[in-house]
Design a protein around this ligand. Structure first.
Ligand code: GLP
Length: 262
């Protein structure tokens, strides 16, 4: 596990965009796992800027979204399909045929979950996943007490998550009650994971994920078992970590050895 503490939110986006660009250059057919929400936006924008400036070949890049609300009509502005299209597919110039989002409008939702797992496996698994973290420690939409080995499935959203996400809807009641989300077991199968967090409102969840016990109460804590997980945090998101000085010293030592970046 690596914990990287950067001064400002924009530094988080710039660092992770560089890492993504490097991995795409190395593997133009890379399978990316993408998160929604505000946390990864700086990364997507910095990556889109890089794509503008440099020749980053992205036509063969595949993307799998983590989750989707259940029951929203197609093209609903609050849906994650819409988010992925407007924040990732279009700005990065990805091929829409390579973009995969769980089908929250399917008539058979259980089958849609199985199909999604199958699609990930048919593409050889996800190479690189970007994650945000909910204020209650969720990743994807794996709410507290999620099974630590869960696969893609339907989940009920917690009231805190519905409140946190109400800003993307016309009214708090309009936030769907259920979602389809990749499971914690699905996420743990990814080859490499980067979790980004910015702001003091994430500090408690980040501390529980990085330094707390591994427990379903903080779903992100399962990441402590992942062999290639990097937490990229701004100062505020890192502010509750008790070993902050240690992470910084590791960071400094790595930079001086020339291993400080992607
Ligand atoms: C949402 C998404 C997560 C996201 C999290 C944090 O509910 N399902 O994938 O990481 O909540 O969102 P934000 O980055 O907007 O704080």
């Amino acid at each position: 596990m690596e914990v990287l503490i950067l001064p400002r939110p924009a530094d988080v986006g710039a660092y992770v965009a560089d890492l993504f660009a490097e991995r795409i250059q190395r593997n133009p057919g890379i399978v990316l796992g993408v998160a929604t929400g505000s946390s990864p936006l700086a990364t997507y924008r910095a990556l889109a800027n890089r794509k503008e400036r440099e020749s980053l070949q992205v036509e063969d890049v595949q993307c799998f979204a983590l989750d989707e609300y259940v029951g929203l009509p197609a093209h609903h502005p609050g849906s994650y399909a819409t988010f992925v299209e407007s924040e990732i597919t279009v700005p990065l110039g990805l091929n829409p045929a390579n973009i995969h989002v769980p089908d929250g409008a399917a008539t058979n939702l259980d089958q849609a979950c199985l199909d999604y797992e199958q699609a990930i496996s048919d593409h050889g698994g996800i190479d690189l996943q970007i994650l945000g973290i909910g204020a209650n420690g969720h990743i994807g939409f794996n709410e507290p007490t999620s099974s630590l080995s869960s696969r893609t499935r339907i989940k009920a959203l917690s009231s805190q998550t519905r409140e946190d996400n109400a800003r993307f809807f016309e009214a708090p009641d309009a936030v769907p009650t259920h979602c389809i989300t990749q499971g914690l077991g699905t996420i743990m199968d990814v080859h490499e994971i980067v979790l980004v967090a910015q702001g003091t409102h994430k500090a408690a969840a980040v501390a529980a994920a990085v330094e707390g016990p591994v427990a379903g109460l903080c779903p992100a804590s399962i990441l402590q078992f992942h062999p290639r997980i990097t937490f990229v945090l701004d100062e505020e998101a890192a502010s509750n970590l008790s070993l902050r000085d240690y992470y910084r010293s590791v960071q400094t030592a790595k930079s001086s050895l020339g291993k400080g970046s992607a």
